[in-house]
Design a protein around this ligand. Structure first.
Ligand SMILES: *[C@@H]1O[C@H](CO)[C@@H](O)[C@H](O)[C@H]1NC(C)=O
Length: 500
């Protein structure tokens, strides 16, 4: 009875609740549903999408939680895109078992070859004219309607300050907005309709990067800079996955890239998939180290903040407002950003996996992309990694962190010496190494980047060298944990009298 009342309350209030009554069973095709017999239970809706992926028909069936069903009536996650993918959400048990039609790119139709009668001719001429008039009238109506609604809102804003979470008040900065909404709500970020409003008022300024997924732009929003990652429409799943990971409850952390919004803009011909985040003008750690050498203090700050971010990512926080353990799976200097205060923010969570400790399962990303070959741990290269065991992914991250530390420590200016920037294994493998190239060096010959002897004479470099060695053990389980590294580097920063 109490359950039923709870259920009613949820439906009536339309509240975004995390723990509501799950009632709907759906077909499910994702890897984490394997254990439950390819079905999932949800409090929201069943979703099925059909798309053509490299010439292969794909039908993806999933569960959508109630709190993702916004805006009501036309939820964000339930919109199809003509010519790219068909999506349907439905609300009865196993209703997403149906096979949707695969979207086909519509070819222009040939004009008719017969001769036209008078009636057809009149219809052809008068029809569009009539439509044009109708559209004009509609336009005028909408214009006045919006003006009234806008004026009304302006009044509301003055009269009732408690309403200002409902739309974006003019004078609020993004930081305030995210802070307020994410601390009062679930902690997972802005509500989706706010995300959409933010995304649609960004003005793109310049392209700052390109990747396999698409492009990264610097954009302006209300006088502040934001970074916009634009995915090509083929990469819908990567976009969805990365947005999903960034919105994991309690993920926000000073050393993890701050997520602002995800949006899919449909301009009629194609869909633009946007991921909006904080902007850091120094760019990636890779760019930074290429450009500047670092001081001992700078090195420790970068290393400690990176360990801090990774420790937060890896850590599971228990409780209703808890956070699952997350492994990054593509850690490298190009995926770590350098903030204004010379600390790191870990970015690019598109390949990350989350651990569900209750069922001890991993929600493996549905896309088959694996990490960057150069940074792959030995057990990933020779495929001996135990994919069922979440800890093994964390250990692979630590191996990559060790390589990032090596790149950083080489650029550390101690006693007037610092080396030029190099990628890990630059002297052992070609510039775009294959898995086989890497496997020979890392697994067969058991080589690692070299740690110069002179590092022993400088305490900070000696400690960094020792950490690296302990990140690079062939046996993943023997490696340090992010938390351990964080503690060791904290001690070092105290010794060296560094203020973080
Ligand atoms: C959906 O699930 C139901 C119940 O488990 C099953 O009978 C049906 O075959 C499934 N349909 C598809 C297309 O997987």
């Amino acid at each position: 009875m109490a359950d039923l009342r709870m259920c009613l309350a949820v439906v009536v209030l339309q509240t975004v609740l995390y723990r509501s009554c799950k009632a709907l069973w759906c077909n499910c095709t994702t890897a984490q549903c394997q254990k439950t017999g390819f079905q999932c239970e949800t409090d929201g809706a069943c979703r099925v999408s059909a798309l053509l992926d490299n010439g292969q028909e794909q039908h993806i069936r999933t569960c959508i939680t109630r709190d993702s069903l916004v805006p009501p009536g036309q939820p964000f996650y339930c919109l199809s895109t003509e010519g790219f993918f068909n999506i349907r959400c439905c609300y009865t048990d196993y209703c997403n078992g149906i096979d949707l039609k695969i979207p086909s790119v519509t070819a222009p139709t040939e004009p008719g070859t017969g001769t036209w009668g008078l009636v057809e001719l009149v219809a052809v001429i008068a029809g569009p004219l009539f439509l044009l008039c109708l559209l004009l009238l509609l336009g005028i109506f909408l214009y006045y309607y919006h003006r009234r609604a806008y004026n009304h809102r302006q009044r509301l804003q003055v009269e009732d300050p408690s309403c200002d979470n409902l739309y974006l008040a003019k004078d609020r900065s993004l930081q305030d907005l995210i802070y307020n909404l994410s601390t009062s709500g679930s902690g997972s970020g802005l509500p989706l309709f706010v995300q959409r409003t933010v995304a649609r008022t960004i003005v793109l300024q310049e392209i700052i990067g390109k990747g396999r997924f698409g492009e990264v732009w610097r954009g302006r929003w209300r006088g502040g800079d934001v970074a916009v990652k634009i995915f090509s429409s083929r990469e819908e799943r990567s976009w969805f996955r990365e947005a999903e990971i960034y919105q994991t409850i309690m993920l926000r952390h000073e050393n993890i890239l701050g997520f602002i919004a995800a949006d899919n803009k449909d301009n009629g011909t194609w869909t633009q998939l946007w991921l909006v985040s904080d902007y850091h003008e120094y760019g990636s750690l890779f760019d930074y180290l290429n450009r500047y050498p670092v001081t001992t203090e700078g090195m420790i700050k970068l290393a400690l903040s990176a360990a801090n971010g990774l420790a937060h990512l890896h850590m599971e926080i228990l409780g209703t407002q808890g956070k699952p353990g997350i492994a990054h799976r593509d850690l490298k200097s190009k995926n770590i950003l350098v903030k204004k205060n010379c600390t790191c923010a870990i970015a690019d969570l598109g390949l990350a996996v989350r651990h569900d400790s209750a069922t001890d399962t991993i929600d493996i990303a549905p896309n088959q992309r694996v990490g960057t070959k150069r940074y792959m741990a030995p057990e990933v290269l020779d495929e001996t990694i135990n994919m069922r065991h979440f800890e093994s992914f964390k250990c692979a991250d630590i191996y990559a962190l060790g390589l990032v530390y090596w790149e950083t420590a080489r650029r550390c200016n101690s006693g007037g010496i610092h080396e030029e920037y190099q990628l890990p294994y630059y002297d052992l493998v070609p510039s775009d190494p294959s898995i086989e190239d890497m496997r020979k060096v890392v697994c067969d010959q058991k080589l690692r980047p070299s740690i110069p002897n002179w590092w022993q004479s400088y305490e900070a470099l000696r400690v960094m060298g020792k950490i690296m060695r302990e990140c690079w053990y062939p046996n993943g389980a023997a490696r340090l944990t992010a938390l351990r590294i964080k503690k060791t580097l904290s001690q070092l920063s105290v010794q060296e009298d560094i203020k973080m």
